[in-house]
Design a binder for this molecule. Structure first.
Ligand SMILES: NC(=O)c1ccc[n+]([C@@H]2O[C@H](COP(=O)([O-])OP(=O)(O)OC[C@H]3O[C@@H](n4cnc5c(N)ncnc54)[C@H](O)[C@@H]3O)[C@@H](O)[C@H]2O)c1
Length: 406
């Protein structure tokens, strides 16, 4: 039997009870050798998460890092040394990173407003590329990126990893594969959370740099809703504003202009209606998706008690009345995986990235899916700004992007 098919037991591998094993005695806990070299571009919050997750998954190694800010690279290098004894290359500029023949794939983890420009350089390598979400701050830049990807000889994956959270994996399976709910009619998603955290240069406090709150953060939720609806958005209406957060925040004499609450309604071409609620002035994190079909209701929920420092808890409830068996389940991944970032979703995102590199089928977030998440988010921002419902067809045609509707 091949060693590769024995599932890893990371908890035991890391347990002190196993640390005295010699290499010769390691069979179950023998670590696979990483086969690919990654470079992380932008080593801030998420760049470091990708570094840790690459190491935890173990199928690739972090070969090198590049950040325009020395302090970010210094801290990433220090944190890397805590998890790995391998050498880490620190590039002095992007071109040097892109010219290194030892590299197999690049992760673009820089702020939103830089993704398009950095991708234009990285794509010249012809290697697999991972681009963090949102793929760009505007619809036209996202479209240009999709066009680049369509011409690309390799693949590009977008960092929309919420789809791999355990509760959503189960929700998609119930609603779209088992079809337990019958035909889906409505989808409601909500996120209650604390304010945006500090960022390098505070790029997330300004719509110009982030694309606006609904693009920056909520593209994750619009991706989930698009996937669940299995259709294209037709009309978007939203109301939102800046009620509490960063109202007195200024940088270089400029006031923060990002929303901290919003209600968004989306109508899909197949008749599904969806809504999304955002509130960002809460002490804790509570995320919920409710899907209702002809035969039943599904509730997927994740609650994290930051204040009590309890691990997040995810559940899924299926309520079928007389149509079948109802149930409530706690869903989780191994604790070590959940703790590595975004409740384990980033780990499974890396698994898919590696599968793609190895030519295996993988349901990854494509550039086109990344674009549709930005389209809904940008239309919602537009609706907030104008007070009008936004017809996606006119919205795209006005931007000269009518060809997307074909
Ligand atoms: N998928 C997710 O769940 C998730 C979570 C957090 C952040 N993100 C996304 O990841 C990206 C980075 O966010 P963050 O929270 O790590 O931000 P951050 O501010 O913590 O870090 C960004 C880093 O990029 C560096 N940088 C800026 N421009 C650069 C350039 N041109 N080349 C190289 N380095 C550059 C900065 O110096 C900084 O160290 C954003 O697009 C954000 O939306 C995604």
């Amino acid at each position: 039997m091949s060693k590769n098919i024995i599932p890893r037991l990371r908890h035991f591998e890391q347990s002190s009870s196993q640390q005295h094993m010699s290499e010769a005695d390691r069979y179950l806990s023998k670590l696979p050798s990483p086969t690919h070299n990654f470079v992380i571009i932008g080593t801030g919050t998420i760049g470091k998460e990708h570094m840790r997750v690459t190491h935890l998954l173990g199928r690739a190694r972090v070969h090198g890092i590049f950040d325009t800010r020395k302090e970010s690279a210094d801290i990433a290098e220090r944190e890397f040394a805590e998890i790995s004894s391998e050498k880490l290359v620190r590039y002095s500029d992007l071109d040097t990173a892109l010219e290194d023949p030892a590299v197999d794939a690049y992760f673009i983890c820089t702020p939103n407003y830089t993704h398009y420009e950095v991708l234009c350089s990285v794509i010249k390598t012809g290697k697999p590329i991972f681009v963090e979400k949102p793929m760009a701050t505007t619809v036209p830049d996202s479209v240009k990126m999709v066009e680049m990807v369509n011409e690309y000889s390799n693949f590009i994956q977008i960092g929309l990893q919420y789809r791999y959270k355990s509760q959503y994996q189960e929700a998609f399976h119930e609603a779209l594969v088992r079809k337990t709910l019958g035909e889906v009619k409505t989808i409601s998603v909500s996120e209650y959370r604390p304010p945006f955290l500090d960022k390098i240069g505070q790029w997330n406090k300004f719509s110009e740099y982030s694309g606006g709150t609904l693009v920056e953060k909520c593209c994750h939720y619009f991706d989930l809703i698009n996937l669940m609806a299995e259709s294209e958005p037709e009309r978007v209406f939203a109301s939102g504003g800046q009620a509490v957060n960063f109202r007195d925040f200024e940088k270089d004499g400029r006031a923060s202009d990002i929303d901290d609450n919003a209600f968004v309604i989306i109508e899909y071409k197949n008749g599904i209606r969806a809504n999304f609620t955002l509130n960002m002035f809460c002490a804790d994190f509570d995320e919920e998706m409710i899907v209702v079909g002809e035969h039943g209701r599904l509730v997927a929920r994740e609650k994290a008690c930051f204040q009590q420092q309890k691990p997040p808890c995810s559940t899924i409830a299926v309520e079928l009345g007389e149509q079948g068996a109802s149930r409530v389940l706690e869903v989780n991944y191994p604790r070590i995986i959940e703790a590595s970032g975004h409740h384990g979703a980033t780990f499974y995102e890396h698994q898919k990235f590696m599968d793609q590199i190895e030519g295996k089928p993988a349901d990854c977030a494509t550039a086109e899916q990344g674009l549709w998440a930005v389209v809904v988010a940008a239309a919602a921002q537009d609706s907030i700004a104008t007070g009008n419902p936004i017809l996606i067809e006119s919205f795209l045609v006005e931007k000269g992007l009518g060809h997307l509707l074909a």
